[in-house]
Design a protein around this ligand. Structure first.
Ligand code: SF4
Ligand code: SF4
Length: 202
């Protein structure tokens, strides 16, 4: 029975891969066509003295930055952490989360961030299939790795760099006064749940 189930899953994965490969092939053909057109056009414009190569390069950089920003806003394309860092050698922010979780309800575990190539290759941290490679979340906005009974991370030793580096000490969305453990009373609104009826940290 287990073997049959595995075969079923494998079949679905193979189907999915076939579709992805087909789309990749189709997209590559289209990109080639568009690139040829653009290269031909820019070559002609430069040859005829309508624009210079310097002007073109300058504009290319500005447009690329604009498009990347737009793509990110729309959740298009795969994103990775900008600066790839070894999470096991990362200098962690020293915060006594253990004594604070009951107050902050692990608010930081509702933040969105991209994973690193190290996270993806390791395969422990789950990513959002709809928005590769953002951290996977549940309907209530919490990270899928948060144990909502204890409010603790289930993959603490393997957690990504943003979790290790997040510094809530001066984050007024969370603490009005970090030293004296005074939580922002508006915290639930700031990190509002997306769906009702889901579990929550105690
Ligand atoms: S919000 Fe701050 S205190 Fe609370 S779990 Fe996150 S890092 Fe720890
Ligand atoms: S990986 Fe762990 S620490 Fe990081 S957001 Fe998820 S539950 Fe929180």
């Amino acid at each position: 029975m287990q073997g049959e189930a595995m075969e079923g899953v494998r079949g679905e994965v193979v189907e999915g891969l076939r579709y992805v490969h087909y789309q990749l092939g189709a997209n590559t053909g289209k990109v080639l066509e568009v690139s040829s057109f653009l290269y031909a056009l820019t070559e002609l414009l430069i040859e005829k003295g309508i624009i210079t190569e310097e002007e073109l390069n300058e504009r290319k950089i500005a447009v690329a930055e604009r498009l990347i920003k737009k793509f990110r806003e729309l959740g298009m394309g795969a994103v990775f952490q900008e600066k790839e860092q070894d999470k096991y050698g990362f200098d962690e922010v020293p915060i006594d989360c253990e004594s604070r979780r009951q107050l902050c309800k692990a608010a930081c575990c509702k933040l969105s961030f991209a994973l690193s190539r190290q996270d993806i290759e390791e395969g422990t941290v789950k990513w959002d299939w709809g928005h590769p490679y953002m951290i996977a979340k549940e309907g209530d906005g919490y990270c899928v790795h948060l144990d909502k009974v204890t409010c603790k991370c289930r993959i603490w030793d393997n957690r990504p760099v943003p979790c290790r580096g997040f510094d809530c000490r001066n984050d007024k969305r969370i603490w009005l006064d970090f030293e004296n453990k005074i939580i922002n009373p508006k915290l639930p609104e700031v990190f509002a749940r997306k769906e009702e009826g889901t579990e929550k940290c105690p």
